[in-house]
Design a protein around this ligand. Structure first.
Ligand SMILES: [Zn+2]
Ligand SMILES: [Zn+2]
Length: 132
């Protein structure tokens, strides 16, 4: 018999993989409930911590401190727009730094530094908040 945490973890990964936008812990809990899974927040955070450590999941924090999670390894690297008003995270189609071939290595204090990843997130007001 599968351990309960394994079932939750497997389902959580499927939900993240199927989602077209990053999800918060509350949104993940809502989705898991649809599959009759009712884990507490601590369990979810533990699973996400492990996935983050394995670089399977990316965490995006809004200016209000809400964390959103996105499955990392099945989609190309891209950056995000984060709305300061409604706290929603939008995926950008592509990465500005890669499209424009910006040499991040040249920004470093010295050439012995090694860039392993980057984030180029934009913070502002989304269209629906701007018109309200
Ligand atoms: Zn907004
Ligand atoms: Zn994204």
């Amino acid at each position: 018999m599968l351990h309960r945490k394994t079932i939750v973890s497997t389902k959580l990964i499927t939900i993240l993989k199927d989602s077209h936008q990053p999800l918060s812990v509350n949104q993940l809990i809502t989705e898991l409930r649809k599959h009759q899974l009712t884990p507490n927040k601590t369990t979810i955070y533990r699973i996400l911590e492990k996935l983050k450590k394995n670089q399977e999941v990316i965490e995006i924090k809004t200016s209000h401190g809400t964390a959103y999670y996105e499955y990392a390894t099945h989609q190309p690297h891209h950056d995000h727009f984060i709305c300061n008003s409604c706290d929603v995270v939008y995926c950008l189609d592509q990465c500005h730094l890669e499209t424009n071939k910006i040499n991040t290595q040249a920004l470093l204090p010295n050439k012995n530094f090694i860039v392993q990843s980057h984030e180029f997130n934009l913070h502002g007001i989304c269209a629906s908040c701007a018109t309200n």
